[in-house]
Design a protein around this ligand. Structure first.
Ligand code: GAR
Length: 207
């Protein structure tokens, strides 16, 4: 069974969905660590309640990014982490960090990448008047919300949708497809081939 570390900075609904999938036995990985960079993040409370080992690595406590990421790397090595799962981790990983873990870091983003990157993917699609948006899970490279795409699922934006109803629809999809992507990684089914990901022996996912 692989060891995963979730990185989160805020609310932690994706962390909670992953923790629940693990607890229910739907996702056979060890949720070994939560790495959080924000002392005020609600995800810290969620992790405590779920009994998940947590480290708070506050950027303000380090002179530079290199030292900050060095501390994180120490925690990852100590806990034998096989996969880093970014779940609302609102900080760009350095090229050096990505070089060490490339192919073992995944991210979720609430749009159909490459559209609507950044911190407000749901709002940006809504305000743009897009009719279709969605969710993307991808391997991480050193650019923001960028790297080989693992899973994508579309979400339609209807006339009657508000930003709130759209957010609900997006999060519901996120909470389903992120555990699925982790499951596929754990089974060794994801192969990066250049800019693309091939999913080996993929059974039909749609429920
Ligand atoms: C999620 O919607 C995730 O897709 C997004 O942050 C949210 C975190 O929510 N990530 C990005 O926008 C990355 N650019 P959560 O803390 O409730 O899981």
């Amino acid at each position: 069974m692989i060891n995963i570390a979730v990185f989160a900075s805020g609310r932690g609904s994706n962390f909670a969905a992953i923790a629940q999938a693990v607890r229910k036995g739907d996702l056979k990985v060890k949720l070994a660590l939560l790495v959080c960079d924000n002392p005020k993040a609600p995800v810290l409370v969620k992790a405590r309640k779920a009994g998940v080992k947590t480290v708070l690595v506050n950027r303000a406590d380090f002179p530079g990014k290199q030292e900050f990421e060095g501390a994180i790397i120490g925690h990852l090595s100590e806990n034998n982490i096989d996969l880093i799962v970014l779940a609302g981790y609102m900080r760009l990983l350095s090229a050096d960090f990505v070089k060490i873990y490339y192919g073992r870091i995944i991210n979720i983003h609430p749009s159909l990448l490459p559209a609507f990157k950044g911190e407000a993917g749901i709002r940006d699609a809504f305000e743009y008047g897009a009719k279709i948006t969605g969710v993307t899970v991808h391997f991480v490279d050193d650019q923001v919300d960028h790297g080989p795409i693992i899973l994508q699922q579309e979400v339609s934006i209807k006339e009657k949708d508000t930003l709130v109803t759209l957010e609900e629809k997006i999060h519901k999809v996120e909470h389903r497809i992120y555990p699925e992507a982790i499951r596929l990684f754990g089974l060794g089914r994801l192969k990066i081939e250049g800019r693309k990901v091939r999913i080996i022996n993929r059974k039909v996912l749609q429920r």
